[in-house]
Design a protein around this ligand. Structure first.
Ligand code: KQY
Length: 368
């Protein structure tokens, strides 16, 4: 495979918006018992439902270990779902997979960011993470896509959203965290984003959602729905620990201008819950030193913003919550040309993320 020493921007590549056409979506099969309760069985059912929902709109490739191949193949019984055997540490391909970039000639390449399990030895969620750090490279190799590797620069795909027209949204809580790139300041981090994603404007929200174990990934809090319009997780309850976070994000978004000089329209999405894991759910997770502990006292970072845009569809989590239908209505109104499909997201949330976090879109080659 080819690893390039240049940057995507210098080579005429940019990160497309998620709503641009995909050739497929990538996922990874969950199995680690210190993150997924009951040996991953409920999570495997949840991931299967997500994969099959996406497969109604576009092809899906699921990476699976050798020992889980037979089981995964039997459960992912859909003609549009392909399995490939890849060793991983866990199942968060948004963060471990490549960020695909494309050019006007219809070529697709990938950025392989360094990965440190969301903070390395300073708050990271497990050790070792070497196999997860290799996922992007392996996917690019399978797809015969050239690779840009950012050795020493840590970034997860869930910590960024782009509008495809030169603007990126992220959070200071994550990207400026000392457990990612302590050697770099804000300006240097912005420069990495400019060089690797071909963006011109970076909008920095102060924080992500309360208790998000990724240190506030933006994909659980705020996303683009089209150029100039974002969707922000929202509460009007001053007692909610998310209140100050939402207010601070709104202030930044209201004052922001995007790369094309637009003022942003901000849509609000209610936050489900508060949601908590039950005693029984927590008891089903293996206790391993260095892995994330689970407790019913800790509020889960549940969010309807953690959805995936696919070709003609929106795949969004539901939580068996009274707000589920309102979330669906909001999404359907924001995406009138897409069909909104809600898939139970609780099991994925118990592992620390949701549908956007467990998926990675690969853009279709497009001549522009
Ligand atoms: O939400 C994500 N992007 C990843 C969450 C990782 C949680 C590991 N327990």
């Amino acid at each position: 495979m080819t690893t390039l020493n240049s940057t995507p921007r210098a080579d005429g590549f940019r990160m497309p918006a998620e709503w641009e056409p995909h050739s497929q979506t990538w996922m990874v099969w969950p199995q680690r018992p210190d993150n997924w309760r009951l040996g991953g069985k409920p999570a495997q059912a949840a991931f299967s439902a997500v994969a099959k929902a996406i497969a109604e709109f576009e092809p899906v490739t699921v990476c699976v270990s050798a020992e889980q191949y037979e089981n995964a193949r039997a459960r992912l019984d859909h003609p549009a779902i392909r399995l490939v055997e890849i060793s991983t540490d866990d199942a968060w391909v948004r963060d471990t997979g490549p960020t695909f970039v494309s050019n006007a000639l219809g070529e697709v390449r990938g950025v392989d960011w360094a990965f440190n399990a969301w903070g390395g030895f300073d708050g990271g969620l497990y050790f070792p993470w070497q196999r997860d750090d290799q996922v992007a490279r392996k996917i690019l190799e399978i797809e015969r896509c050239a690779r840009y590797r950012t050795d020493g620069f840590v970034l997860e795909g869930g910590s960024i959203h782009v509008d495809g027209e030169g603007t990126l949204i992220t959070t200071e809580e994550c990207l400026l965290n000392r457990n990612r790139n302590p050697q770099l300041g804000r300006a240097e981090i912005e420069q990495m984003l400019r060089d690797h994603l071909a963006v011109d404007t970076v909008i920095w929200l102060p924080d992500g959602l309360f208790n998000d174990e990724t240190d506030g990934h933006v994909d659980n809090f705020c996303c683009y729905v089209r150029p100039g319009e974002v969707l922000l997780a929202w509460t009007d309850d001053p007692q909610d620990p998310n209140y100050a976070r939402c207010q601070a994000a709104m202030q930044v978004l209201a004052a922001a201008r995007d790369a094309r000089g637009r003022q942003l329209i901000v849509h609000k999405m209610p936050i489900p819950g508060p949601l908590h894991a039950s005693e029984e759910e927590c008891a089903g997770v293996d206790l391993v030193a260095g892995s994330q502990e689970r407790s019913p006292e800790v509020r889960l970072a549940g969010s309807y913003v953690n959805f995936l845009i696919v070709n003609g569809g929106i795949i969004a989590p539901s939580f068996d919550d009274p707000l589920d239908e309102q979330a669906r209505t909001i999404l359907q109104a924001l995406f009138p040309e897409h069909r909104v499909v809600m898939v139970p997201g609780r099991e994925i949330l118990l592992g620390g993320g949701n549908i956007h976090c467990i998926t990675q879109q690969q853009p279709a080659p497009q001549r522009r």
